[in-house]
Ligand binder design. Structure first.
Ligand code: AKB
Length: 321
């Protein structure tokens, strides 16, 4: 049996996916990689780590051969807000990185997991119950790279037989690593502020509804789609998956049920507001549910209490549910 390589090992998803994969398949079988930032100390201590820039195809190919890799979880990428500040960098990392991963996968027979996003939709897409197959005209460089990535993964599947599978993630909420430059980051920042300062200034309008998911569900979705029998997949890149949908005002209210004195005010950032306004309120994930059994476990209430509990331990701030 071959091994697994994860790019973006220091990122929000990688920080939780790598320990999960190592617990399941054995620490030596999961190679963590990272470029600008090193992964968490626990990840470095528990199994193999390589410093790797996904734009360096030779280095990636060398790692795949040396570590006998059969599956690549390709998580490295620049998020939406940082991407708008530096579109050239976002295109280079997000597109050329994926192209290199697919080329290496083609040459060495690897399967590929590709995390697309709600950002692959845009103006013209129905934002409520966004269908699996619909108009996709994203206007951020991040969204354009995600949509192009979906198409490129399908191209490599159809033309070269690369087993590339993907999901469209909503905004992801987690307590282990910070997201680092997205439009949905407020939904993580707000928890730190609620516990530390009991107040938060949100950069999105209180009524901005967005599709969201808690990290344990996101990790499970990635593993489940990679393990399902390929004959069940009619779409491949990429499946809508969803878990909950809320506005900043609704999230603040959910936190206030545990921390009554918590207050939120709003200073809207026009760039991130425009991006959020072009993204789905909630996707229709019926294709994922019927074809490979997707089913989320965390709704707004359950996620909120779990986040507050886990973060209070991490930050050493007394809190009880
Ligand atoms: C971002 O906000 O850029 C990401 C995403 C929704 O893909 N979290």
């Amino acid at each position: 049996m071959g091994n697994i390589l994860v790019t973006g090992g220091a990122g929000q998803i990688g920080t939780e996916l790598i320990p999960y994969l190592r617990a399941r398949f054995g620490p030596e079988r999961v190679v963590a990689t990272g470029h600008r930032k090193k992964p968490a100390a626990a990840i470095l201590a528990a199994g193999p780590f390589l410093a790797l820039d996904v734009r360096d195809r030779d280095a990636l190919a060398g790692a795949v051969v040396r570590h006998d890799v059969e599956t690549i979880y390709h998580l490295a990428g620049v998020l939406s807000a940082v991407g708008e500040a530096n579109p050239q960098l976002a295109w280079d990392v997000n597109m050329n990185g994926l192209y290199n991963v697919l080329e290496v996968a083609r040459g060495h027979g690897c399967a590929v997991f590709f995390p697309s996003s709600i950002a692959a939709f845009g103006p013209g897409s129905p934002l409520d119950d966004t269908p699996q197959v619909t108009v996709q005209r994203p206007q951020t460089i991040y969204g354009i790279a995600k949509l192009s990535g979906e198409l490129l993964c399908d191209y490599y599947h159809h033309h070269y037989g690369v087993d590339a599978r993907g999901i469209r993630y909503p905004g992801l909420i987690s307590h282990q690593a910070l997201p680092g430059g997205g439009t949905t980051d407020y939904a993580v920042d707000i928890f730190y502020a609620a516990l530390r300062e009991k107040k938060y200034t949100c950069f999105l309008h209180p009524a901005t509804r967005l599709d969201m998911m808690y990290m344990p569900d996101a990790i499970r979705a990635a593993i489940e789609i990679m393990e399902v029998d390929a004959t069940r997949l009619r779409h491949r890149n990429a499946y809508n998956v969803t878990a909950m949908s809320f506005t900043p005002a609704e999230l603040a209210a959910a936190i206030r049920r545990h921390i009554p004195e918590f207050v939120v005010d709003y200073t809207v950032d026009p760039l991130r507001q425009a991006i959020a306004d072009s993204w789905p309120d909630q996707m229709d994930d019926s294709a994922a549910r019927s074809q490979w059994g997707w089913c989320p476990e965390y709704d707004l209430e359950r996620m909120t209490s779990d986040m507050l509990q886990a973060l209070s331990v991490k930050l050493a701030i007394p809190f009880s549910l």
